[in-house]
Design a protein around this ligand. Structure first.
Ligand SMILES: C[C@H](NC(=O)[C@@H](N)CCCCN)C(=O)O
Length: 525
């Protein structure tokens, strides 16, 4: 009689890659919503109607009307009726402007009109950092990790997807409502409410993040772990890239900043459903695992105990990975929040294309993260990959700081290099954690890493927003903003890179001492 050998569902290639694709899609929708506001910084920080022209420039409606009226009075044209509310797509406007110091007659055709929200850079920075606020101050990520290890993947993932959706809807409501100047917590009501929404969303997104990491480890340990993690991160980056590339065109087309958020919330509903489908697979995987154990006469693995936290906190390797994560990601995700405006004001890129250059960064990582992940699976060298990525991050930020080569093509090259760095470090960092921390404590370990990382994701945008208002905003004698000088904010980002290099060096030497295996291949032959 043929012997029947019980197999786990995850032993089937099709099943485990399907599970990976399904949860990654949910995460992709989350990443889209995380970055959907980044290209809208200029629109959010402009007061009143913003008018876009067919030549790809934008102007505040008030200053434009003043110019058109001055011109019509001087040239006896009759435009006295023209007012901000009357500006519409297709209108042809004549006015005088200074070109190289000479007053010149200009003519522009309006291509789109959108509503600017008049936030300050500090408010924009506060809103962007709100993502990590609940995670950090209410320790929600930490508790999320404990819930994940205690209650399991299905319960935690469903809860966190629900939180993401609720947060996205609050944010959409705040951005689509005119609060008529009312205040909340001593702050512009719209900024405060949008920040609350983003904070709830951020709590859900981060807990979903650790849950998805645990899902991948569950299905891929001993198999193509780093490749699977790389592909999951790559799909998440597609979400970021789409957000950076399409958010501004959508806001311009629809005339308001709230629409890209609404589309993201609709996509997230589909992501929620796809997570429900994963839950069915997860149940089957658990059942097949129990059957394998019974056949082999093995006992069920011990669950997570609070005492296990001591083992995590006591590991020096764990702390070095955590600090590297804090410094490296502080130099990337918060940078993306400000990068579109940097392209406009440092590199002179027209606003409608400006989001496309930062979008190159996640696009590059879509191919490279799985590639480096598979490299790590086969040949190892994880600690070295993280060191090289940190060096590249630092060089890139120094180049963005210096007042040299302020051309759009140079920004493109530098952004591509940053994309390579942003593939190297995550592809080696996340699959390295299970080499230091055992599986049953992994939810908590990822949660603590994400918790510390969130301090950076929250505080860095706050700091940079404030620094832009204080040290980077250029004004004329009347106080009107004339441009931005990004030297100080970019120097701060370079410092994060330098710290990352030092920590990556320490991690490599710790690995050599403790033999975590970070330089070894993941696939055992
Ligand atoms: C996998 C890893 N995820 C994170 O670091 C998250 N804690 C932060 C996500 C922020 C999304 N803009 C990664 O994306 O490399």
């Amino acid at each position: 009689m043929k012997e029947h050998i019980q197999k786990k569902l995850s032993d089937s290639k099709t099943a485990r890659w399907s599970a990976m694709l399904i949860v990654s899609f949910t995460m992709m929708c989350g990443y889209f919503l995380t970055d959907v506001m980044s290209p809208l910084e200029n629109l959010l920080t402009t007061q009143g109607k913003v008018v876009y022209f067919t030549d790809d420039t934008s102007m505040s409606a008030d200053s434009l009307i003043t110019k058109v009226k001055l011109f019509s009075a001087a040239s006896a044209l009759s435009e006295p009726e023209l007012a901000v509310e009357k500006l519409e797509e297709g209108m042809n406007l004549k006015y005088m402007d200074s070109v190289d110091g000479i007053q010149t007659e200009m003519e522009k055709t309006v291509s789109a009109v959108a509503k600017g929200e008049g936030w300050s850079s500090t408010e924009y920075g506060f809103f962007s950092g709100a993502y990590g606020m609940i995670n950090v101050f209410l320790l929600m990520l930490f508790f999320g990790g404990l819930i994940l290890d205690k209650m399991g993947i299905r319960f935690t993932g469903t809860l966190s997807c629900g939180l993401m959706l609720a947060g996205a809807l609050i944010k959409w409501y705040a951005l689509s409502t005119d609060f008529g100047g009312s205040m909340l917590f001593g702050m512009n009501m719209q900024v405060a409410l949008a920040s609350v929404g983003f904070a709830v969303f951020g709590m859900g997104a981060e807990i979903t993040g650790i849950t998805v990491s645990k899902v991948i480890v569950k299905w891929f340990t001993g198999k193509e772990l780093a490749l699977a993690m790389g592909l999951q991160v790559a799909m998440a980056r597609i979400g970021t890239a789409i957000a950076l590339g399409v958010s501004l065109p959508v806001a311009r087309m629809m005339g308001a900043v709230s629409y890209p958020v609404l589309f993201g919330a609709i996509a997230l509903c589909v992501g929620f459903v796809s997570y429900m489908v994963y839950c069915v697979m997860d149940r089957k995987e658990d059942a097949s695992e129990v059957a394998v154990r019974q056949e082999a006469g093995e006992k069920e693995e011990e669950g997570f105990r609070m005492a296990d936290l001591k083992q995590i906190f006591g590991s020096r390797g764990f702390w070095l990975i955590t600090l590297l994560c804090l410094m490296f990601y502080a130099g990337v995700f918060p940078f993306l929040k400000f990068a579109t405006k940097l392209m406009i004001f440092k590199y002179g890129v027209p606003e409608s294309f400006a989001g496309l250059i930062p979008a190159l960064l996640p696009f590059g990582t879509i191919l490279l993260t799985p590639l480096f992940g598979s490299l790590y699976d086969r040949i190892g060298k994880g600690a070295t990959l993280m060191l090289i990525g940190s060096v590249m991050l630092t060089v890139v930020h120094i180049l963005f700081t210096l007042p040299v080569l302020d051309y759009w093509w140079f920004a493109v090259i530098v952004m591509v290099v940053l994309g390579i760095a942003f593939s190297l470090v995550p592809s080696a960092m996340w699959p390295s954690v299970p080499k230091i921390i055992p599986l049953k404590q992994l939810g908590s370990a990822y949660a603590i890493i994400f918790y510390i990382q969130n301090i950076g994701l929250m505080a860095v945008p706050w700091l940079i927003g404030w620094v832009i208002d204080r040290f980077a905003t250029l004004r004329d004698a009347s106080g009107t903003i004339t441009g931005y000088d990004y030297t100080v904010p970019m120097a701060i980002f370079s410092l994060f890179g330098l710290c990352a290099i030092v920590i990556a060096l320490m991690l490599r030497s710790e690995d050599a001492k403790k033999h975590y295996g970070l330089e070894e291949a993941n696939i055992k032959k």
